[in-house]
Design a binder for this molecule. Structure first.
Ligand SMILES: C[S@@+](CC[C@H](N)C(=O)[O-])C[C@H]1O[C@@H](n2cnc3c(N)ncnc32)[C@H](O)[C@@H]1O
Length: 225
């Protein structure tokens, strides 16, 4: 992991116990209900590899319809909270894994999901991240990303934009610590361009969130049989 990514994981480890408060913002409740229904339609019967699963908020929702989920993250602190959730009848495992090192993850999956991770991927790393994901999953696999839209008054303000076009926020935790975090807010066109060449690409929009879903097309390094 890069130093920036280690800082990101450290921030989410420190935030682990206060993380789920983000899902109680009153102005986002209608959107969250809409996304829940959307994800349940998408993941019905799938064997899901979840990247950057955090405290398992979306894992629990997807578990209500999926066959199995391997929920991965680089922070033991957030995964400990995910592990404590009730996943009903779905077979759910949690494991430490780097979203940029997917070839190290074993298992047979029909779909991949990452909630609120795309926004933390530096723009210059996005193509490589997606190529590796597509290679790992193989042609036909369903891929779903969910993330924030920037909403003034609801989103943390952007502190600056760097030379690469990445935007940053200063986040403060309850312990008073302050963290400078890369957080991008791509629009619909950027999302569609990023996955040009894939199949059935669709961007669903709610006032506070977007969801990109598609199927992997031909890949450069298909997974070994
Ligand atoms: C915004 S949180 C999203 C958590 C969860 N997906 C959700 O939507 O509630 C981002 C997560 O990415 C994880 N993360 C950061 N870098 C990572 C990496 N290289 N590999 C795997 N997880 C990573 C953090 O530990 C954190 O849990």
């Amino acid at each position: 992991m890069t130093t920036a990514d280690q800082d990101l994981v450290r921030y989410y480890s420190l935030r682990a116990r206060e993380y789920d408060e983000i899902y109680t913002k009153p102005e986002r409740q209608d959107d969250l209900r809409g996304m829940l229904r959307h994800l349940r339609r998408l993941f019905c019967g799938h064997r899901v590899l979840e990247l950057a699963a955090g405290t398992g908020h979306w894992t629990e929702i997807i578990a209500s319809v999926a066959d199995s989920i391997l929920a991965t993250d680089m922070s033991p602190e957030v995964l400990q909270l995910a592990h404590a959730r009730d996943f009903g009848h779905c077979e759910v495992e949690v494991a430490i894994a780097d979203a940029y090192e997917l070839q190290k993850i074993e298992g047979d999956f029909t779909a991949a999901f990452a909630g609120f991770f795309w926004s933390h991927v530096p723009r210059r790393s996005l193509d490589l991240f997606l190529d590796r994901l597509h290679d790992r999953m193989g042609p036909g696999a369903l891929i779903v990303f969910l993330d924030n839209r920037f909403v003034p008054g609801s989103s943390t303000p952007i502190s600056h934009v760097d030379a690469h076009g990445d935007s940053f926020q200063v986040r403060e935790l309850k312990d008073g610590s302050r963290h400078n975090l890369l957080k991008n807010f791509p629009d619909k066109e950027e999302l569609r361009n990023a996955v040009a060449g894939t199949l059935d690409a669709h961007v669903a929009l709610w006032p506070h969130y977007w969801c990109l879903s598609y199927r992997v097309g031909a890949v450069s390094n298909p997974p070994a049989a």
